[in-house]
Design a protein around this ligand. Structure first.
Ligand code: CP
Length: 312
């Protein structure tokens, strides 16, 4: 049994069964990653292009590691140093690379909709590694894997997403995925950082961090995306930290344990205190670890190889 779509462009509209399938496969791949030789021949003979037009540390490295653990051949494209500087279009770039025989493309781009556009340019399977303010589906999948690992389920879990919701593809993918899996979702941040139409997405909305902490089992804290914002959405970084920062003082007032998540990169001292990021209730590095297993699962399920070569 494979996924219903041959691409992963987002989690909007992805079924509960498909999310379960990805997470279950990720659990199997995580076991493989613990072996002395953490490598399987599943994608031998397949070639994956990592097409990154925007900066990345975690997503790019974990996709590349996932491809290598699955024995795929990988090629990496960065905008810097490419012929984009000479004016080559995205369509020409992808069609020229595909002419060298590419099976799958992992793409990150600052413009929403680029992964969908690529599905119309080439035959390769397309995986969205983050497109503008639209979606970042593998991030939400690894977040859900981390929560399922900790709580044994996603249904009924109360997850508050805090911060710059308006500019966050991570927030959108988490909202779609978590609601599909039966979790309750709250978003919290300044009104100026809430997207238009958030009320219609099936989430609770709060403008008080203390109220969100009171409500939540889990908080997923978002970075202030200064690179995507216009000016003047909040008075200053210092004021943002005072009003919306997740601080030790705020958490100590809560009579319960709250799981701390962050997709990274973290702005320490802005959206959360440094010691909270490193505290025992933080699963931030577990999220990163699970990113490799989740991306192995997605690559495998979209490769057309399921049920074919031995996967473990
Ligand atoms: N979470 C995430 O997407 O991190 P990178 O931008 O480093 O890939």
């Amino acid at each position: 049994m494979g996924l219903q779509s041959r691409h992963l462009l987002g989690l909007e509209g992805v079924s509960k069964d498909d999310i379960h399938l990805i997470l279950d496969n990720a659990v199997s791949f995580k076991e493989i990653l613990k072996r002395p030789i953490p490598k399987v021949p599943t994608l031998r003979g397949k070639t994956v292009l990592n097409l990154f037009y925007e900066a990345s540390t975690r997503t790019r490295i974990s996709f590349e590691l996932a491809e290598k653990r699955l024995s795929a051949d990988t090629v990496n494209f960065s905008k810097t140093g490419s012929s984009v500087a000479k004016g080559e279009t995205l369509k020409d770039t992808i069609r020229n690379i595909e002419a060298m025989n590419i099976d799958m493309v992992v793409v990150r781009h600052a413009a929403a909709g680029v992964p969908l556009f690529l599905t119309k340019c080439v035959d390769a399977a397309i995986i969205n590694a983050g497109d503008g303010m639209h979606e970042h589906p593998t991030q939400a999948l690894l977040d859900m894997m981390t929560l399922r690992e900790k709580y044994g389920k996603l249904g009924g879990l109360k997850v508050a997403i805090l911060g710059d919701v308006a500019h966050s593809r991570v927030a959108r993918s988490n909202i779609f995925g978590l609601l599909t899996m039966g979790a309750e979702v709250m978003v919290c941040g300044p009104k100026t950082l809430m997207p238009y139409g958030i009320d219609e997405m099936g989430v609770e909305v709060s403008y008080s961090v203390d109220a969100a902490l009171e409500w939540a089992d889990v908080i997923n804290i978002l970075r202030i995306q200064l690179e995507r914002q216009g000016k003047g959405l909040f008075p200053s970084i210092r004021e943002y930290h005072t009003e919306f920062g997740v601080t030790k003082k705020r958490l100590e007032k809560m009579d319960k344990v709250i799981t701390i998540m962050h997709p990274g990169p973290i702005n320490r001292g802005v959206e959360l205190d440094s010691d909270i990021a490193d505290s025992e209730n933080s699963v931030i590095l577990k999220q990163v670890t699970n990113g490799v297993a989740v991306r192995m699962a997605v690559l495998y399920l979209l490769s057309g190889n399921e049920g074919g070569e031995e996967s473990s």
